[in-house]
Design a protein around this ligand. Structure first.
Ligand code: COA
Length: 350
C-alpha cells in the first residue's frame, strides 16, 4: 500500500458534543505472574518479613520477567478495560507512567497501536503515583472539550526497572502492574460520572522523589552519571508525612467543590503507598478505616496503577457497589496530588 493510500481517506466522524461529563464505563487490570514475597526480599537484603509487613502492610508484590516492559502490561489492562466497557474503539489513549518503554517517544501511541486503536490520539502523562488521577482529569478534559467521545485511561508502571535492587527501603515497597478505565461522554447525574477534580503540585519538593540522572539536567553536563543516580530515590520519612497531609487536603478540597461532606462518601480509594499512610489519611479526616479500600498487601505500591488496581480488587470483592459515592485520591513525586468523585457504576472489572 502506498503511504497516501494508508493515510487517506480520513473516516467521517460526527463532532462530539462539548461540555459532556466523563462517565467511567469499563475497568481492566493486569499483573505480572511472578510473585516476590517479603521472605524473598529478606533473603537478599538487610530486612525482615516482619519489618516490611509491619511498617508497610505489604506481604508480596508482582514483578515483571526480564524483557517485559510497561507497554506490555498497559496493553493487557487496556484490552480488558475495553472488554469490560463492551467497546472496541476509543478516540484517545492517555497512559500515566513514570517508567515508559523509552525516554522518547511516548509509550501511549505504541500501546494504542497494539490494542488496535488506529488513529486514536495517544500521549503519556507523568505525575508519578498521582499519574492515574492526572490521566483521568486529562481524559475528562478531552471529553468536555469535544475532542474525544471515548477515552482509554491507563495507569501502568514497572518500578522494578528503576528501583535500586540494593535498597531495602524501595525494593520492599514497589511492585509492577497496570490498571485501565474507559471514559465515555455522558451526563453528570449518571452513575460513573467523574468530577469535580482537585489537582495540585509543589515543585519545591521535587528532590524528595526522584531518579537523579538520565534526563537533560544530568546529560547536558556531558559527565558520566554518579553511580546509583539512575535509580529511584526517595526521602521516605518526609514523603510519608506529606502524603497523609496532601491526600487529606485534596479529599477535603474536592468535597468542598462538590458541595458534599465526608459523611457523604461511602468508600475512599486512595493511592496504596503504605498501609500506615492510608490509616493516617483516615485518621486525619476522622473517617473509619473500614471505608478505605486496601489491596497493598498483595501488590505493594504500584505507582500509576495503584488506584485502578485498588478499584478493581474492591469491585471484585463486592466492597464497591453500584450507586456508592466513591472518592479517588493520590499523591506522588513532583510533588503532585489529586482527588475526584464518582458514584460507582454498574460494571464488571476484567
Ligand atoms: N527493613 C528494615 N529496616 C528498615 C527498612 C527495611 N526495609 N527500611 C528502612 N529501615 C530502617 C531505617 O534505616 C531506619 O533505621 P534508623 O532508625 O537506624 O535510621 C528505621 O528503619 C526507620 O526508618 P524510617 O524511614 O523512619 O521508617 P518508616 O517507618 O518511615 O518506614 C518507609 C519507611 C519508606 C516504609 C516509609 O517512610 C514510607 O512508606 N514512606 C512513603 C513511601 C512511598 O510510598 N513513597 C512513594 C510515593 S507516594
Amino acid at each position: 500500500m502506498t503511504e497516501a493510500a494508508r493515510v487517506l481517506p480520513f473516516p467521517e466522524t460526527p463532532p462530539p458534543a462539548r461540555g459532556a461529563s466523563a462517565v467511567l464505563c469499563g475497568l481492566g487490570t493486569w499483573l505480572p505472574s511472578r510473585v516476590v514475597t517479603n521472605a524473598d526480599i529478606a533473603s537478599r537484603l538487610d530486612t525482615s518479613e516482619e519489618w516490611i509487613r509491619g511498617r508497610t502492610g505489604i506481604r508480596e508484590r508482582r514483578v515483571v520477567d526480564p524483557g517485559v516492559s510497561t507497554s506490555d502490561l498497559a496493553v493487557e489492562a487496556g484490552q480488558r478495560a475495553l472488554k469490560s466497557a463492551d467497546l472496541d474503539h476509543v478516540d484517545a489513549v492517555v497512559l500515566a507512567t513514570t517508567t515508559p518503554d523509552h525516554p522518547c517517544p511516548a509509550t501511549a501511541p505504541e500501546v494504542a497501536h497494539r490494542i488496535g486503536l488506529e488513529r486514536a490520539a495517544a500521549f503519556d502523562v507523568n505525575a508519578v503515583c498521582t499519574g492515574f488521577l492526572y490521566g483521568l482529569a486529562s481524559g475528562a478534559g478531552l471529553i468536555a472539550t469535544g475532542v474525544a467521545e471515548r477515552v482509554l485511561v491507563i495507569g501502568a508502571d514497572t518500578f522494578s526497572t528503576i528501583v535500586d535492587p540494593a535498597s531495602r527501603t524501595t525494593a520492599a515497597i514497589f511492585g509492577d502492574g497496570a490498571g485501565a478505565v474507559v471514559l465515555r461522554a455522558g451526563a453528570p447525574h449518571e452513575l460513573g460520572a467523574l468530577g469535580p477534580f482537585d489537582l495540585g503540585s509543589d515543585g519545591q519538593d521535587a528532590d524528595l522523589i526522584t531518579v537523579p540522572s538520565g534526563g537533560s539536567r544530568q546529560r547536558s553536563t556531558h559527565e558520566p552519571p554518579e553511580p546509583g543516580s539512575e535509580f529511584f530515590q526517595m526521602e521516605g520519612r518526609t514523603v510519608f508525612r506529606k502524603a497523609i497531609y496532601q491526600m487529606s487536603g485534596s479529599a477535603q478540597n474536592v468535597l468542598r467543590k462538590a458541595g458534599l461532606g465526608l459523611r457523604d462518601v461511602d468508600r475512599f480509594v486512595i493511592h496504596q503507598a503504605n498501609i500506615r499512610i492510608v490509616n493516617g489519611v483516615a485518621d486525619m479526616l476522622g473517617q473509619p478505616v473500614a471505608k478505605f479500600v486496601r489491596n497493598i498487601g498483595e501488590v505493594g505500591n504500584t505507582a500509576a496503577a495503584s488506584v485502578p488496581l485498588a478499584m478493581a480488587s474492591a469491585c471484585e470483592s463486592g466492597e464497591l457497589r453500584a450507586g456508592q459515592r466513591v472518592l479517588l485520591g493520590a499523591f506522588g513525586g513532583g510533588l503532585t496530588w489529586g482527588a475526584t468523585l464518582l458514584r460507582w457504576p454498574d460494571i464488571e472489572a476484567m
